[in-house]
Design a protein around this ligand. Structure first.
Ligand code: IPE
Ligand code: IPE
Ligand code: MG
Length: 239
């Protein structure tokens, strides 16, 4: 008797909103005896590929975590390098993204970023606001707790009465006001934690953790994560 070959798993449905904690750039560089900055450069290159691939797959919303409120604790030299990289990304890639129909949003507090960077971000957000392709949100100087505190402050500043506040209204005061719930959170780099990422929005997301370091997280790895997602059964507390 011949054994039946295992059924090839099929991608049955795609998530609408994928959010990625792009971790592992430093270790990627270390493995190659390179300075950490080169790991971040490789990470940025991979970010472009990922954006392109998710666009191609017709995933509607992609959110990438590039810099957390806690990352200010890193050495000044590394922070300067990351800010410089973001500046280059905006200068060199923003128009390409625009031409591809990508709509860009920034999640996070702009205030602590250098003024010229804030201006450049506002410009590209405005330029792409009517685009109907991939919705790409970049979490930079983002912290989930800060986001919630900011929302509370705005609710109070606007004099919203306590009895009017419910989950739906509260969500509209977050940086992600016009984004749908996150279906899938991917974390590369092997750590099993959220590191303050979308702690409200990912309350019912599926999580996918992988040891693969961000610069190595290629199309094949994305396919695997999406396949794992499509095998999950989401119940949202029901049966
Ligand atoms: C992720 O890579 C990028 C940022 C947090 C800016 P890391 O820089 O955290 O890389 P590892 O975790 O040290 O390998
Ligand atoms: C999370 O990575 C933040 C980003 C990927 C932007 P970290 O490397 O900062 O997270 P921890 O410090 O390991 O929790
Ligand atoms: Mg890290």
């Amino acid at each position: 008797m011949t054994a039946t070959p295992p059924m090839k798993k099929k991608l049955t449905h795609l998530p609408q909103h994928v959010a990625i904690i792009m971790d592992g750039n430093g270790r990627w560089a270390k493995q190659r005896n390179l300075p950490r900055f080169e790991g971040h450069q490789a990470g940025v290159e991979n970010m472009y590929s990922a954006i392109e691939y998710f666009s191609h797959l017709k995933v509607k919303y992609l959110t990438l975590y590039g810099f957390s409120t806690e990352n200010w604790n890193r050495p000044e030299e590394e922070i300067d390098g990351l800010l410089e990289l973001l500046r280059e990304v905006i200068d060199e890639e923003a128009l390409k993204l625009h031409r591809r129909g990508v709509r860009l949003r920034h999640l996070g507090q702009p205030e602590r970023l250098p003024r010229n960077l804030q201006a450049a971000i506002n410009k590209i957000v405005d330029l792409t606001k009517n685009n109907t392709g991939l919705n790409f949100s970049f979490a930079f100087n983002y912290g989930g707790r800060t986001e919630i505190v900011d929302a509370v402050r705005r609710l109070i500043a606007e004099g919203i009465p306590a009895e009017k506040i419910d989950e739906k209204l509260f969500s509209r005061y977050l940086y992600t006001a016009d984004l749908p719930e996150v279906d899938l959170v991917i974390r590369t780099g092997g750590e099993l934690r959220t590191s303050n990422f979308l702690i409200w929005q990912a309350a019912y997301s599926e999580y996918y953790f992988t040891d693969v370091l961000w610069p190595d997280f290629d199309k094949k790895e994305i396919d695997q994560a999406l396949l794992a997602y499509s095998q999950r059964q989401r119940r949202f507390g029901g049966l």
